[in-house]
Write a protein that binds this ligand. Structure first.
Ligand code: SDX
Length: 393
């Protein structure tokens, strides 16, 4: 009916689309990608295989996997001119600021993937984004440290190659630690998609106007950056550092419960999960695997995190509101141990989520019900009034 709509700030009860990609049961703490439970994919699959699953709907057979691996690997280089684009930024720019700019700028480089009505061009856009996003994130990291950019190496796997582009130096051979590479690959699987979260909804909304895929993903990156969303991994680690020692936890729990204090437990709570986020459990496993491998089990921040979780999960406030650790609670400790600076944490989330964003963008364009996204509002401003000339005000 024209003029009638539901007021739903934060879209807590609005279904914005149909999707075949990801299923969440927030009460039970279940997450499925194309029907497969996240814990099985985290334990048995690889990120590249999960990319195929998310983009094409099924796990690949051997031949499909080989072909996909070849295609992705052979699109990892970026246009050489893109390096000049980085050099326009300050070295101390936040990597997410650089990522927003560089990914948006891809539309100025790849003119054969901008026609959203051509299925072949849409496909090339998906491949380009999944292939190049590790190169782009690694370049953002290298630029921030003053180190030279590193070209991708085709003989390495997706995640090994990313570690190589981040951490190798020209003077010596860089050997990727397979345990750490596996852990990071699994972390990428955990972040790959999460139905209609804020950044994915942003990508869909941007895409609904017919905007090009690179512009849409840049919009997703911008949205993910916020501390209530993907920026929470950076905020959670900073929070653990601020708390510092186990004896200070009760003070911060008290502050998190105080409505007059803006402090919230970062990495806690979720719009959909009213139970343990299944990704947080898998993330905890990876956290221990990485710290074991590096002999860092005495990391004081791990003690603070474990104790904070234990105390919060027994506290009436968190129990009543069903606030559990989310994916971002343990990811910071793990990524820090892997050697990434705090400022790269959300960029790593963006790297992994790119496949989910572009997969959903493609799904939306192929949906016959798709329309431009255009919510309404409740107007609360002035009634109609007449203009008064400046000298009469
Ligand atoms: C991600 O949506 C997705 O799928 C996102 C994501 C993905 O993969 O894409 O899972 C990734 O964004 C994870 C979430 C990361 N953010 C944080 O960890 C930041 C801290 N958490 C919160 O700010 C909050 O829980 C949100 C943003 C995650 C969810 O917000 P909602 O659904 O709007 O819930 P809310 O803020 O209204 O909270 C409900 C109640 C409130 O109290 P009341 O007003 O009802 O009394 O719980 C309280 C909140 O004040 N609350 C918290 C809290 N989170 C919620 N109190 C203390 N500490 C917290 N962390």
């Amino acid at each position: 009916e024209a003029g009638v709509f539901t007021y739903d700030p934060g879209f807590t009860s609005t279904g914005s689309c149909e999707s075949d990609i990801t299923f969440i049961d927030g009460d039970e703490g279940i997450l499925l990608y194309r029907g497969y439970p996240i814990d099985q994919l985290a334990a048995k699959s690889s990120f590249l295989e999960v990319c195929y699953l998310l983009l094409y709907g099924d796990l690949p057979n051997k031949e499909e996997m080989t072909k996909f691996d070849y295609t992705i690997t052979h699109h990892t280089m970026v246009h050489e001119q893109l390096a000049s684009f980085y050099r326009g930024f300050r070295r101390d720019a936040h990597p997410m600021a650089v990522m927003c700019g560089v990914v948006g700028a891809l539309s100025a480089f790849y003119h054969d993937s901008l026609d959203i009505n051509d299925p072949r061009q849409r496909e090339i856009a998906c491949v380009r984004l999944v292939s190049k996003i590790p190169t782009i994130a690694a370049m953002a990291y290298r630029y921030s440290t003053g180190l030279p950019f590193v070209y991708p190496k085709n003989k390495l796997g997706y995640t090994e190659n990313f570690l190589h582009m981040c951490f190798s130096v020209p003077a010596e051979e860089y050997v990727v630690n397979p345990v750490l590479a596996k852990a990071l690959d699994t972390i990428f699987i955990l972040h790959a998609d999460h139905e209609q979260n804020a950044s994915t909804s942003t990508v869909r909304l941007a895409g609904s106007s017919g905007a090009n895929p690179f512009a849409c993903i840049a919009a997703g990156i911008a949205c993910l950056w916020g501390p209530a969303h993907g920026g929470a991994n950076e905020a959670a680690l900073k929070m653990l550092e601020t708390i510092g020692t186990v004896d200070r936890i009760p003070e911060f729990i008290r502050r998190a419960k105080d409505k007059n204090d803006p402090f919230r437990l970062m990495g806690f709570g979720h719009r959909v999960y009213k139970n343990y986020d299944p990704r947080a459990k898998a993330m905890q496993i990876q956290c221990h695997a990485v710290l074991d491998e590096l002999g860092q089990h005495d990391d004081p921040l791990l003690h603070v995190a474990v104790e904070l979780e234990r105390i919060a999960l027994q506290d009436e406030y968190f129990v009543e509101k069903k606030l559990y650790p989310n994916i971002d609670f343990y990811s910071g400790i793990t990524l820090r141990a892997l050697g990434f600076p705090v400022s790269m944490f959300t960029a790593l989330f963006a790297l992994a989520r790119t496949v989910g964003w572009i997969g959903q963008w493609k799904e939306m364009l192929e949906d016959p019900h798709q329309k431009i996204g255009r919510p309404r509002q409740l107007y609360t401003g002035a009634q109609q009034r007449d203009y008064v000339p400046l000298d009469a005000r």
